[in-house]
Design a protein around this ligand. Structure first.
Ligand code: LLP
Length: 421
């Protein structure tokens, strides 16, 4: 096997003794591959973020909710958030006790709320209208609420979740009605939470957001916890020599300082939580795929692969950049580095994974590895064009690669249809 580009995964010893080509041959293409050691390291980074003792990391399961990943998060002693009954269900199956799960609900039905209530899972409401609904279902109960502190951040407007242009959070201007509603149903507000958005590389906005939520927190006397949200960024450009990482040490120190100052004033060392998804899961995952066609069209050269946006939606949805590494089975040399547009096999012109990327001259049969695909990768994949979602493989700490999710089958994509015949 020739490694035409492999710097990032070589540096992290990502595949250990496994070769990406063998993995594809064994489990099929495309294929998600995760590295357990890297995953656990990232979980520990977050657990050690601060020295303040009453602190919890809620892994944001939406980033990657594969059962094995959830089981590892549970083993590492993380707490976990959920965005739906489906995530709560998977988390309970993975062994999380209900007190470790936090359901951050958004515009949900009575049945969804009831599911959390029945399972003793703390739930956060996202509007006064939903607080009313909760009060009717569970008068006298405990509840949390998500506030919009006015500070938003993120890598794309679609993922900025606080500030003036988002559906999320309760506007602090509505505090009076909020308090009246709590009182009306005799509810106890046990926690408040926020999430300013996804993928910040400098701590400033996050810290600004923390101050904003703390000034809201001061208005409630009996809180048990304050959840500051996630959004911790990772570098997606590690093939460049000058890439920067998020300085989590500086961020942690600043948070410690803020926690000490706040709890002194508040009179209680209440619990602080953070909710990272991407930081924990992104870098432990690579998406492997195969080049099936090379062609020129107009002014562009294309590599046609099996990596359509049904498999990885991020580039199409947010114009996200993912680094690409390249492997070749034969000894045939690559002549030069040239711009090439890497596309998938979905019947849409927008099905582009990388535009005019500088890569070694590609050939049919080459294996591409899309890096940092462990978060918002498989979870956002679909059966569009009746394509099969890929298998997922975990390289264990003992170097062995194990299957943790099977590839869809043709039966899977037909199983819920009801024939008229
Ligand atoms: N907490 C809440 C309430 C959230 O809504 C999110 C993400 C997180 C935590 C975790 O954010 P993270 O630490 O992963 O940035 N699909 C997009 C990201 C959407 C994030 C939505 N909310 C992407 O691929 O970039």
């Amino acid at each position: 096997m020739q490694k035409l580009i492999s710097k990032v995964t070589d540096n992290s010893n990502f595949y250990m003794e496994n070769s990406p080509i063998d993995l594809i041959e064994k489990y099929g293409s495309p294929l998600y591959v995760y590295n357990e050691k890297i995953l656990r390291e990232k979980m520990r980074d977050m657990k050690n973020l601060v020295s303040y003792e009453n602190f919890a990391v809620n892994y944001s399961a939406k980033a990657n909710s594969s059962l094995a990943i959830l089981e590892i998060a549970n083993e590492e002693g993380l707490n976990i958030d959920a965005m739906s009954p489906g995530e709560m269900y998977a988390e309970l199956k993975a062994g999380f006790s209900p007190d470790k799960i936090f359901y951050i609900s958004n515009n949900v039905s009575k049945e969804e709320m009831q599911y959390a209530i029945d399972n003793n899972i703390t739930l956060s409401v996202d509007s006064i209208s939903q607080l009313e609904q909760f009060g009717q279902l569970n008068p006298g109960g405990k509840v949390a609420a998500r506030f919009n502190g006015g500070i938003g951040a993120g890598h794309h407007e679609k993922v900025i979740t606080a500030g003036k242009n988002t559906k999320f959070g309760i506007d602090p201007d509505e505090m009076e009605l909020f308090n009246e509603t709590l009182k009306k149903y005799n509810l106890t507000l046990v926690g408040i939470n926020q999430h300013i958005g996804s993928l910040f590389m400098e701590p400033d906005k996050y810290i600004e957001g923390v101050y904003a939520i703390l000034s809201i927190a001061k208005q409630f006397k009996d809180l048990e916890f304050i959840d500051l949200g996630g959004g911790f960024g990772i570098p997606y450009n590690k093939l460049e020599d000058t890439y920067k990482t998020l300085d989590i040490k500086a961020l942690g120190n600043k948070l410690d300082e803020i926690f000490e100052e706040f709890t002194k004033e508040y009179g209680k060392r209440l619990k602080f939580k953070v909710e990272p998804g991407r930081y924990i899961a992104a870098e432990c995952g690579v998406l492997l795929g195969t080049v099936h066609a090379i062609k020129n069209n107009g002014n562009n050269k294309y590599a046609g692969t099996d990596l359509g946006f049904n498999v990885l939606a991020r580039p199409v949805m947010y114009d996200s950049h993912h680094d690409i590494e390249v492997y070749r089975k034969s000894d045939e040399k690559s002549e030069k580095i040239e711009p090439i547009t890497v596309v998938g096999n979905i019947c849409e012109t927008g099905d582009i994974i990388a535009k005019n990327r500088m890569l070694p001259t590609l050939k049919e049969g080459d294996i591409l590895a899309i890096l940092d695909a462990g978060a918002y990768g498989h979870v956002m994949s679909s059966n569009y064009n009746n394509r099969l979602r890929p298998a997922e493989v975990l390289i264990r700490e003992n170097r062995e690669a194990v299957l943790i999710r099977k590839r869809d089958t043709l039966e899977d994509i037909m199983k819920n249809f009801i024939s008229l015949k």
